[in-house]
Design a protein around this ligand. Sequence first.
Ligand code: NI
Length: 174
Amino acid sequence: MAQLTILCYPDARLHTVAKPVHAVDTRIRSLIADMLETMYEAKGIGLAATQVNVHERLVLVDVSEERNEPMVLINPQITWASAEKQVGEEGCLSVPGIYDGVERSLAIKVQALDGEGRLREIAAEGLLAVCIQHEMDHLMGKVFVEYLSPLKRNRIKTKMLKVQRDEARGNTTT
Ligand code: NI
């Protein structure tokens, strides 16, 4: 297994629309293992392939307390979403340190292949539903800050670019 580099907003590659996974083969299983390691190391509850610069429809989520219930969703499709919505605070490994409210469906049903290539239907609500919707947005090239006002988004963009510049400087002097 290997840890992968997570793309940081406003990296343009985060806006790539992912293509379907053609086969759940050795390459995909190895990618899943690397993405799991990356997600747990970064203490995230979800990670989309887009975030590690692989533009295929694959996301991982784990909202369990113990961090030992990874869920793999390959070629996920939302088959039902509740009309009832709720605003919850979200964050993203690609936008470190930024949290803001996003409105999402309270409950969803999703069809997806699991890590063994078996078709599953998952009924999700609460945090799991939020997390799956957030990760599936990544596959469409959408980062959660795009739900915020242009003013807020621009502030975040400026802040992220400054952090990245400072980090780059730090790396060259140490
Ligand atoms: Ni995210």
